[in-house]
Design a protein around this ligand. Structure first.
Ligand code: PGA
Length: 246
């Protein structure tokens, strides 16, 4: 197990050239003790895989379909992804809110990812309304338990990503993130004992906030969106992740 995990979620950003440059930076900055995972748009997966091949950098997809193949125009299956990458993000809040992914769909995707040997990065997190109504624990608990109900994979990453923090420039506080991470770990006690579990924090993580999260006892890494698209900030975050020991 590495000391820290840094997942870069590029979302629907980067030209092919920008993606190549970021992957080259990731390759150059990769260090022992930090598990760096790049999640580019589907169209660049193969190119990024080639660039980082033989290095410590790993590659992940941002989504998958739960069927192996068939008439699903525009979708990508786990059986296709496993030829290109090792990880896959499942249930990101943008998928849940913009593309109507229910807990049941997220559970199917998580199950499928594991069935194809992909390491899922499950995203959970509450809306600002839920937090203000005191329902943070209820939402996170429901999302985690529904997602992992049929999970049988060997490894699972769960990212606590409060919706109100994503892309806002204002991350959760380390104390808020630690409380959610503790809750997530308690929910995951229902998993078979041989599942290797890591908890990440995501939502406006930047070089200035990263250390505060990594210092928390139950947080193993970060899922970074916007700041991961900036080579300088990315490099700085890898450096910080390598320096902090917990
Ligand atoms: P952000 O995105 O770092 O740009 O807030 C994080 C995410 O949505 O995974």
């Amino acid at each position: 197990m590495p000391d820290h995990i840094l997942v870069a979620n590029w979302k629907m950003n980067t030209s092919s050239r920008e993606a190549e440059l970021l992957a080259e930076v990731a390759r150059r900055t990769a260090v022992h003790g930090v598990e760096s995972v790049l999640c580019p748009p589907f169209v660049w997966l193969d190119r990024i895989r080639q660039i980082v091949e033989g290095s410590r950098v790993r590659v992940g997809a941002q989504n998958l379909h739960w069927e192996a193949k068939g008439a699903y125009t525009g979708e990508i299956s786990g059986s296709q992804l496993r030829e290109l990458c090792e990880y896959v993000i499942v249930g990101h809040s943008e998928r849940r809110t913009l593309f109507g992914e229910s807990d049941a769909i997220v559970a199917k995707k998580l199950h499928t990812a594991a069935a194809y040997g992909l390491i899922p990065i499950l995203c959970v997190g509450e809306s600002v309304e839920a937090r203000e109504a005191g329902k943070t624990e209820e939402v996170i608990g429901r999302q985690v338990l529904n997602a992992v109900a049929y999970f049988g994979g060997e490894r699972l990453l769960v990212a606590y990503e409060p919706i109100w923090a994503i892309g806002s420039g204002t991350p959760a506080t380390p104390v808020q993130a630690q409380a959610a991470a503790g809750l997530i770990l308690r929910c995951l006690e229902t998993l078979p004992g041989n599942t290797d579990v890591s908890v990440l924090y995501g939502g406006s993580v930047s070089p200035s906030s990263l250390a505060g999260f990594l210092e928390q006892p139950d947080i193993d890494g970060a899922l970074v969106g916007g700041a991961s698209l900036d080579a300088e900030q990315y490099t700085e975050m890898v450096r910080i992740a390598a320096t902090i020991t917990t």
